[in-house]
Write a protein that binds this ligand. Sequence first.
Ligand code: PBG
Length: 324
Amino acid sequence: MSFFHARPRRLRTTPAMRRMVAETRIHPASLVLPVFVQEGIDTPVDIVSMPGVQRHSLDSLAKVASDAVSAGLGGIMLFGVPTEEHKDPSGSYGVDENGILNQALRRVRSEVGDEIVIMADTCLDEFTTHGHCGVLDSEGRVDNDKTVQIYTNMAVAQAQAGAHMVCPSGMMDDQVESIRFALELDFHDVGILAYSAKYASAFYGPFRDAVACSLTGDRRTYQMDPANRREGSYEAEIDISQDADMVMVKPAGYYLDVLSDVARLSPVPVAAYQVSGEYSMIQAAGQRGWIDAENALRESVLCILRAGADVVLTYGAMELAGEK
Ligand code: PBG
């Protein structure tokens, strides 16, 4: 092939030309909206560190869910924010069928049925007094196997409450296998979206505000070291071998190498989570007039898809679907 007179600019001449040849597109069905539901509030509360994002009451959550259906989104991912009295060292309110997250799942399922994929965060950090994603041993370390037992009960309770997919995000070893085994009994159609390559990231800061997480310290003994690329593939392979229906890379935008590796090796669909810090930095710069937030958000999600994600979780899902 000779490149003597190559003029690749021809395909960039008009919007119609560019649209026709675009290799990657943002489609609402590929987007999942994470939603916070807070116990004990009647009206939505703004989250200061996440412009445009709110914590919802059970009623306003129902409206968000039906709006997400109208927008054609792929799914919504629910996170529960309990009152302080409902936190304890083992996060038992997360498992309780009347805990805020399970109530929210029942409410959303009765509101929208199977019109959208209802996903549940299967993790304890919102529900524990110490803010860790699991229970602590006598030395104060997160006890892997005891935590997995609790996740497993939590997943069954979430399936019972109406989740189409449970989403273990605590990075405990063998969490997928144990949950899969328990779901086989009565809920073999409930899927597992595994947070496989989840890194110990500073970009979760605004989220921890949003869920009023009580954590002091960090999660570096269970979440992955941002220095590691190969380990992301290893974690995804383990979860796939344990029958995860989908795997995830998180955060997304700063981990496109890991995402691209996982997308290449994975026989199951791959999700990527554009986390609170990634979202809020764009919004904050936009508010100052330093960046065009709408275009930056679109570009950031496009790039995550381009790197190989099949599904993107983003707080900007409704804007990207053109509904807000
Ligand atoms: C843990 C969890 C976290 C996020 C989603 N699930 C926080 C953490 O690991 O500390 C972060 C999401 C975000 O920053 O948007 N249940």
